[in-house]
Design a protein around this ligand. Structure first.
Ligand code: PDD
Length: 286
């Protein structure tokens, strides 16, 4: 079966799906995106993704391509036409097509592309293996809280991780503190059961999974502190993990080659993964 993509009002076979070479997303990375997970055909945390998308668009002064209801219809239709129950939808919105000129065009139509891919939630075996992370200087621009398609530092960091035999790279700010991963938020567990993650600000993306895990932790009476932490503290932590739409709650078993705790997924991480799963199952839109 050929894959189907939505491009500016039309559902097209992927090999026919194309955007104009003067799309500002292609020319300037002048656009934003979201990745939303689907489980058994239901989109997970859709409202939170839409809230963040609206904020990203506002920050860049890009007009929304349509309202939420219409966008929801397109997302579900792309899943349906690709016969995907468990997977992800990717949506990208750019300022549209215009002759190349840095300043905003006087008029351009916001462009919308939606694709989907089959993908299972992380397996029990994957969680058991966990992931290894390396640390790299955070060389991104000063607004990574906006979910723009401009991801070059993230791409380079992830590639560096892969070449080092790791799965993720954690960005580190000028004070030696972890900001976030190249495509995930970063967490540690210290003391008996204190979960630590960096507070929201302009220096990290407000992860949808991060927020849902915070809610789940509070429901489970697990103490969470939103503060930054250094690489050294992370290496000494009892546990570490990362969160994202596609990774859920994934144990980090080594940082720069140093095992975290005993080098295996820890109990608080497992508890939070269970709590996250329960919450997602209860809250996924129907
Ligand atoms: N990445 N931080 C960064 C830099 C990210 O790119 C992402 C998401 C996250 C986690 O956000 P969320 O929980 O809302 O997925 C944190 C997506 C999945 C991606 O680029 O594929």
């Amino acid at each position: 079966m050929s894959r189907i993509a939505y491009v500016n009002g039309r559902y097209l076979r992927q090999h026919e799906a194309a955007v104009n070479v003067e799309d500002r997303g292609y020319q300037f990375s002048d656009g934003v995106y979201e990745v939303i997970a689907a489980e058994r055909g239901r989109l997970i945390d859709l409202d939170r993704h839409f809230d963040r998308l609206d904020r990203s668009l506002r920050e860049l002064r890009i007009a929304p391509p349509c309202d939420r209801a219409a966008l929801g219809v397109v997302l579900r239709e792309v899943l349906r036409r690709n016969r995907i129950a468990d997977g992800i939808v990717y949506l990208q919105i750019t300022r549209g097509v215009a002759r190349r000129n840095h300043a905003f065009p006087a008029s351009s139509r916001t462009a919308l592309v939606v694709t989907a891919a089959r993908k299972r939630p992380p397996s029990a075996a994957a969680v058991e293996r966990g992931v290894r992370v390396i640390t790299v200087p955070d060389i991104r621009w000063k607004r990574p809280d906006i979910k723009t398609v401009s991801l070059l530092p993230n791409v380079l960091a992830k590639q560096q991780a892969v070449e080092a035999g790791a799965e993720e790279a954690w960005f580190v700010d000028g004070e030696g503190r972890v900001t976030e991963g190249s495509s995930t938020n970063a967490w540690i567990v210290v003391g008996p059961a204190e979960v630590v993650t960096r507070p929201l600000g302009t220096d990290i993306l407000a992860g949808v999974t991060r927020q849902t895990v915070l809610d789940a932790a509070r429901d489970s009476n697990i103490r969470v502190v939103e503060r930054s932490f250094t690489v050294e503290e992370a290496k000494r932590a009892n546990e570490a993990f990362l969160t994202s739409t596609t990774s859920y709650v994934m144990p980090v078993v080594a940082i720069d080659g140093t095992p975290v705790g005993d080098g295996r997924p820890g109990p608080v991480t497992r508890l939070l993964l269970d709590a996250y799963r329960r919450r997602v199952e209860g809250r996924a839109e129907r």
